[in-house]
Design a protein around this ligand. Sequence first.
Ligand code: SAM
Length: 290
Amino acid sequence: MSKIGSSTKVKQTIKEQDFYIKKKFGQNFLVDQNILQKIVSTPTITENTLIIEIGPGMGSLTEHLIEKGKHVLAYEIDKDLIPILNENFNDQELTLINDDFLKRNIDEDIKNLNMDFDHVCVVANLPYYITTPITIKILEESTMVKEMVLMMQLEVARRLTSKPSTKDYNSLSVFIQYKTRAEIALKVPRTVFIPMPNVDSAVVKLSIEDDIYEKPNNEEHFFKLVRASFTQRRKTLVNNLHFNFQKEKEYYINVLEDLGFDSRIRAEKLAVEDFILLSNTLSISNKNKE
Ligand code: SAM
């Protein structure tokens, strides 16, 4: 049987179904069976796994996911792709939701399937214009998803996985690595897509675990602190904190020195655990002053 994710098949579908590729939906269809195989062998998928796919497109990845897991729940925004997908798959193997993923309640959709699963994971070749909002939404809103394998721009993949003191390390790196074990599983050249994007890609594996770090005393304060610390990369941490939280610079200098940091340090030098320590100290001293 000819696979959906081949350049001949995708071109044939475009022609026969009168389909036109929509740039505004970030449509770059994957047409390399070798890469597709590598993507589906990255997560832990058993016969009892529910796989969530965002943007199934014509179904090239979906086809492999259905072979491996118990069921696939897929969200596709483009209504023109729905008849194409319905022609290729039946509802025993695929539940297709024609909607913007960003508007959905993921855990509600999973519960509405009325099925039992051991494990829920997300596998997707993401629409690149909303890679970050999709990733953050899943991490913030779902208690059921435990693993994600996501194709994205190489540049974003580097941000999610980069370590302190590197040029790609920023508040998103801290947020992602606080919530997950993050690694680049595979680099993907631009030549394996139709149409070919302007950038290279990578597949990132994110394993969601609760106990990677001890929880900060005030998680909301921790997230605020991390964002504030990176507002102006070239400024020192003290300057960014003073600018965002309005306390005197002296105050932040003293806190940093008490914790054993150089008071001229920049945010990019701080590891996740350093931000947790700093957040715990600042939120306690703030409380004592109130
Ligand atoms: N999975 C297919 C493949 O690998 O060939 C297509 C991947 S393509 C990069 C991204 C897909 O996401 C497209 O099918 C696009 O229509 C869909 N998409 C874009 N924005 C979306 C959104 N907000 N919600 C759901 N699907 C979306």
